[in-house]
Design a binder for this molecule. Structure first.
Ligand code: 26V
Length: 803
């Protein structure tokens, strides 16, 4: 579709009139944002309709990506980029005296995700559409997204994210496509014509209403759909006339209990487990999604037995795992297929990605809860488990230890990862290392049963957002050097290697970085009132706060530097700005205490004139997609310092390298592959290896106390945690102290400290050689194409979905 500037201007002005009865001079930025978005929507909708018609007419296999999180961020500018009209639009608006950037920031982030997992889902949608793969998202339309974080007196405060307050332009409510989802009640088995039949009675019905968001691919031709479900009461059940019969409060209670299902995104923390509302959410979108897929499929007029030819369902972690018994339920109870046939279809259609090896994060649900909330689904899981048991008991020679480990139901709990492996065609980890750990440890017995199910697909990020959109000046440099073919073929970024020894190019790269840093320094001055030296090294750790990600190691290194400078003011230090950003789960005490510690250290360091020429510490509140877009282009050092084996992949590591930062990291997750890609000289690696960590967990032999007693730097830092050194008023950082000493430092912070300090010294040394540093930076950018999510999606398409 060819869009002309004059048409765009006219459409925009028309919209201002029809929406707000205003002209350009009268409209507020908000109104202009909405008017523009409506124009862009119209441009997308034509191809959306075409894409949908094409999908329903032609016999193409559709992929449905089920995820309880989609962390989209803002999408106006991405849509403009993918439609190929960002510059045109900028120009058109500027001719009317409007700055596009000012409109883009009006959009509220769609923060329907916690972090990496949700953002991955969003990047994958972008890649599927850009590669013209018929791939759609299926999730929940949360009324409140991930909380907004405020820092008050150094502490994290959570504020509800009312992102829908002013309406969301990119969605369409589709009343006519609503489906019903049933909860509670009881199940009775009856014999009908020689077949056992399940009758589900006395259930409560919830209406699932879909909201569709168009996902436009790069070049605009393919427009896929993200379908998010909202939970609403059935009108019949929520009948105000019952007021007269005295049931008014009951009716209101019903309404609220139903709406609660899609009310709020759970901020992941250890307390999710056993939350019945969470289980309701999981079944709600799994069931609604499956019903909607089957309805679409049946319109094609194909026999249900052939479903697997036309449909691939992917489950992003175990949260959508009830897809498996739900599909079984419909095939057996409603389509009247035999169990065997239904199971054959289900296990050909579904595939599963695991995203963590942390045992606390592996989902399990009490049998009692499942039985009462989803009685029919429970009986199906029980039957899957029974048949699976018959299959493995011979294979494992009645080895009960092993049989129990693979069992779907264990000690009164349903183990969702086991259900997923048994019920899926393929299972994959999200980096090579992570997949190896799944095979050898976490899911080793299941791997023994199904070796061919296991695959590895390393995560990726969409370079269209994480480079093209967020770092325009770097993009201009790249395009001048190697042309713009990398936008369609991200691996072509490798051509930049030719420029590594090009002095001019090196200088230009450094200039762009400096410009970006100056912009960020200005923002930080306004936001935090901290003055930064843009020539200092910008060293950034931006991600969720989790003990295993070890923000603590980072801040302890800063505490050590401070102590060293105080002891010897002549210590030669290359000026550094340490920037932290990220949210802790509201119930995660330790993580919140680490945030407080960072803010206390920042306060003291930044206000101490004897050190603040060389050392600055900043905590940027409310890390979200938009903030990530702002800070990532400014990083020179990317902190990827998780305890080896714990970070399944990581994706910010990829975003930072793509924008020219050098990684300081452990050999964990995708860092291993980043090291392979850039070579040992272009990354700084330190710390325990995954097998060493796993070995300590298995066999013991680590004593944090011993390190505390022998390393005086650590001794001093730990003592300062509890003697009021950093925050005089506070009672001290007792939880952190105990975590490290009393509970023996579960994530090996003390163990890796010495190597981390040395790695940081190496970073400083490297930075002094500006030429070398810029070469490293170019090398990182050049090798980052491999981590485009286009590559991940191609692998899924070929090896897993068969599309
Ligand atoms: C959740 C929890 C909750 C309880 C406390 C411990 C804990 C640890 C981890 C998690 C995360 C669960 C799933 C998840 O978000 N995994 C992330 O997925 C990303 C995309 O694949 C990947 O890059 C991250 O490494 C991985 O942590």
């Amino acid at each position: 579709m060819l869009i002309k500037k004059e048409d765009l201007k006219k459409d925009f002005k028309d919209n201002l009139i029809t929406l707000y009865a205003e002209d350009v001079s009268e409209a507020s930025l908000e109104h202009k944002y909405f008017a523009l978005s409506e124009v862009i929507k119209k441009y997308m909708f034509e191809n959306w309709m075409k894409t949908n018609r094409n999908y329903s007419k032609n016999e193409v296999r559709q992929v449905y990506y089920f995820s309880i999180e989609f962390l989209l961020g803002r999408i106006l500018e991405s849509n403009l980029i993918n439609l190929g009209i960002r510059d045109l639009c900028k120009e058109a608006l500027s001719e009317m005296g409007i700055n596009l950037d000012e409109l883009c920031v009006i959009e509220k982030d769609a923060g329907l995700g916690n972090g990496g997992l949700g953002r991955l889902a969003a990047c994958f949608l972008d890649s599927m559409a850009s590669l013209s793969i018929p791939g759609h998202g299926n999730g929940i339309r949360y009324r409140y997204g991930f909380f907004d974080q405020k820092i008050m007196d150094g502490y994290q405060i959570e504020i509800p994210d009312n992102w829908l307050k002013d309406g969301y332009v990119w969605e369409i409510r589709r009343n006519e496509k609503a489906v019903r989802v049933r909860f509670n009640g009881n199940v009775r088995m009856v014999n009908s014509n020689g077949r056992l039949r399940a009758i589900h009675e006395n259930y409560e019905t919830v209406l699932a209403v879909p909201y569709d968001i168009p996902i436009v691919g790069y070049d605009g031709s393919t427009v896929n759909t993200l379908r998010l479900w909202s939970a609403e009461p059935m009108e019949r059940e929520f009948d105000f006339s019952s007021f007269s019969s005295g049931d008014y409060t009951k009716a209101v209670e019903y309404k609220y209990s139903v709406e609660a299902i899609s009310q709020v995104l759970y901020p992941d923390d250890s307390s999710i487990q056993n939350k019945s509302l969470r289980l309701k959410q999981e079944y709600f979108f799994a069931s609604a999604g499956i019903q909607s897929i089957l309805r679409t499929y049946k319109k094609k007029g194909k026999p249900i037995e052939e479903l697997y030819r036309y449909v691939a369902i992917h489950i992003n972690d175990t949260h959508p795992s009830l897809v498996i018994p739900e599909l079984m339920r419909i095939l057996v109870d409603e389509e009247n297929l035999t169990w065997e046939k239904a199971w054959d279809i289900t296990t050909k259609v579904v595939s599963y990605t695991n995203h963590t090896i942390m045992s606390e994060a592996l989902e399990k649900w009490p049998v009692s809860l499942m039985m009462s909330l989803l009685p029919r689904i429970y009986t199906i899981i029980e039957e899957i488990n029974r048949r699976f048991y018959l299959e493995v008991k011979d294979k494992f020679n009645n080895n009960w230890d092993k049989i129990n480990k693979v069992s779907i139901i264990q000690n009164g709990n349903i183990m969702m990862a086991n259900l997923c492996v048994v019920g899926s065609r393929f299972v994959n980890g999200v980096s090579e290392l992570h997949t190896e750990i799944l095979k050898k440890q976490v899911l080793s017995d299941l791997y023994e049963i199904y070796p061919r199910k296991f695959k590895s697909v390393t995560n990726g990020i969409t370079h269209r957002r994480w480079l093209l959109k967020i770092n325009p000046e770097l993009v201009e440099l790249i395009n001048d050097a190697i042309g713009s073919s990398w936008i369609k073929k991200p691996n072509s970024l490798i051509e930049l290697k030719k420029y590594i020894k090009d002095k001019d190019f090196c200088h230009e790269i450094a200039d762009v970085k400096l410009k970006n840093k100056i912009k960020l320094a200005k923002y930080i001055k306004e936001k935090n009132n901290i003055e930064l030296n843009p020539k200092s090294i910008f060293d950034i750790q931006a991600k969720r706060f989790h003990a295993y990600k070890r923000q603590l190691l980072n801040i302890m290194h800063i505490m050590y530097l401070y102590n060293k400078l105080k002891e010897n003011p002549n210590t030669d230090i290359i000026p550094r700005t340490f920037i932290f950003s990220g949210k802790a789960a509201p119930g995660y005490k330790l993580a919140k205490e680490i945030i407080k510690l960072i803010n206390c250290v920042a306060d003291k360091v930044n206000n101490d004139n004897s050190v603040n020429d060389v050392l600055k510490v900043v905590f940027l509140e409310n890390y979200n997609v938009s903030l990530a877009e702002m800070i990532i282009p400014c990083a020179e050092v990317s902190e990827q310092i998780s305890t080896a084996s714990k970070e399944a992949s990581g994706t910010s590591n990829m975003k930072f390298m793509m924008n020219g930062a050098i990684t300081i990291g452990t050999l964990d997750g995708a860092n291993v592959e980043i090291k392979e890609a850039v070579g040992d000289d272009n990354i700084v690696i330190f710390g325990l290896k995954a097998y060493e960590v796993l070995n300590y967990y298995k066999n013991g032999g680590y004593s944090a106390m011993e390190i505390y007693n022998n390393d005086m730097r650590i001794h001093q830092i730990l003592d300062q945690l509890v003697n009021g050194f950093w925050c005089v008023k506070e009672s001290g950082f007792i939880d952190i102290h105990e975590h490290l000493l009393k509970y023996n430092d579960e994530f090996f912070v003390l163990k890796d400290f010495d190597e981390y300090v040395k790695a940081q010294e190496k970073i400083s040394r490297l930075y002094q050689d500006k030429i070398k540093w810029n070469e490293m930076s170019i090398n990182n950018i050049a090798n980052s194409g491999r981590f485009s999510s286009d590559n991940s999606i191609k692998k899924y398409a070929e090896n897993i979905w068969n599309v």
